[in-house]
Design a protein around this ligand. Structure first.
Ligand SMILES: [Zn+2]
Length: 167
């Protein structure tokens, strides 16, 4: 087995069908994450190679196969997403992959989020909600509206904590 010695910096993933909820969290955390809901393992590998994405899989056999083919791949196991995130950080560091966080993306479709003026959301969101936050975002692709609510902040804080424990 040849050893990969180069360091890889990545903010792009492709998650296998078992990792849908982790994929949504990774998008909020600011990682460009495709979700391979259906399709063959071969297609999954092709997308990873062509788009420079790190593969995330919970399938040990697929992980071994892709790893032997020198495709950047992380084996993600765990009972819940917290455990999976820890695993992701451990695996990334064991494989010399530096994770680079960017702006949050759409949890639903992985689209880029754009800041929107509150006035633009007047008939989309109730006034009480619009009072609550300063910044709102919409997905460039599907139009879903986001704000930095409790769920969002909690998740980003958790990631910072998990990440700092690793160093
Ligand atoms: Zn979207």
């Amino acid at each position: 087995l040849r050893k990969e010695i180069r360091r890889l910096e990545s903010n792009k993933f492709i998650a296998d069908a078992m990792l849908g909820s982790l994929a949504r969290k990774l998008r909020i955390l600011g990682f460009d994450t495709k979700y391979h809901r259906s399709g063959s393992d071969h297609e999954l590998e092709e997308i990873a190679i062509n788009e420079g994405r790190v593969m995330l899989t919970s399938d040990r056999i697929l992980w071994k196969k892709s790893h032997d083919e020198l495709i950047p791949v992380l084996l993600i196991t765990g009972k819940n997403d917290r455990e999976r995130l820890i695993r992701l950080l451990e695996q990334a560091s064991a494989n010399s992959i530096t994770l680079k966080q960017n702006e949050a993306r759409c949890a639903v479709c992985n689209g880029e989020l754009l800041k929107v003026r509150k006035e633009m959301l007047k008939n989309k969101l109730p006034d009480e909600l619009l009072e609550k936050h300063r910044l709102y975002f919409t997905c460039k692709d599907c139009g879903k509206v986001y704000w930095r609510g409790r769920h969002w902040s909690r998740l980003r804080r958790l990631f910072i904590i998990l990440n700092s424990k690793r160093i």
